[in-house]
Design a protein around this ligand. Sequence first.
Ligand SMILES: [Zn+2]
Length: 303
Amino acid sequence: MLSNWTQAQRRIAAYFILLVLSGSSLIAAQGAPAPRDAVSLSPAVVEAGSPELIRVDAGSAVSVDGDWLGRKIEFFRRPNGHTWFALAGVDVEAPAGPSTLHVTAHAGDGQGADLSRTVDIHPAHYRTGSLTVAPKFVEPDAASLAQIKAEVELKAKIFSASAAEPLWSASFHAPVAAPSTGSFGTRRMFNGKLASIHKGMDFHAASGTPVHAANSGIVVLARPLYYEGNCVVIDHGLGFYTISMHLSRIDVKEGQKMTTGERIGLSGATGRVTGPHLHWAVRWRDAYLDPAKLLRLDLSPVR
Ligand SMILES: [Zn+2]
């Protein structure tokens, strides 16, 4: 008889058996219990540095919010859509192990359903490397330190004022037509002294190669910075940003709206570099995510 059941029927039956076995402990304090798969993640295997498309099937909710590893998640749905989505992720430096993805679906009557679930974070295996740059980038002088401090404050301001709605649509595209290195997450020694983690992807682009917007958004920073060189930051909304560094030329202005594929400038070798390349970073809230994984993430289900 069981074989005649649909997958959905079997899932519902399994769920009720579980409910009976565990008594009332499955019933969330704030409302009706929800099946565990009301919240799903893509990619399903979560690693340190993974961008994640989180999907919540809570069609009757009027809003859905949450947080994960201390970062606030704002869910959205497209007009006439029934599924709630968020583009989020796990920082490259997140420790491996179980984490709680907190999700609450709010009903029109003020009731909230707790859809939280445990997400295991798997270690990603990043490499260690060393490189040599100009001494001023390892031991900046007093004037440079003041400049760096001002830029840290500027970036903090920009990264805390993301648009309140998603500005991206469909999947992200590579910003430049050039080969890349799998160097995201590499622990680096600069001139044998300063250790840092490489939080972006390097494209081997000759100076003057056109660099494009990976998705639609708003330019929130377009100016030269000490380490980043000529830098362009695009806000894709709800805390999600892409950052292009070391450009030889900037072709956009702060406040400018961008569509996918529009040119933002030309690649170069400005700032802390060993040679011409495009350093491209992906940031959600204060987490740095693996750009290669974002480029492989299919966002077409978001509609
Ligand atoms: Zn880089």
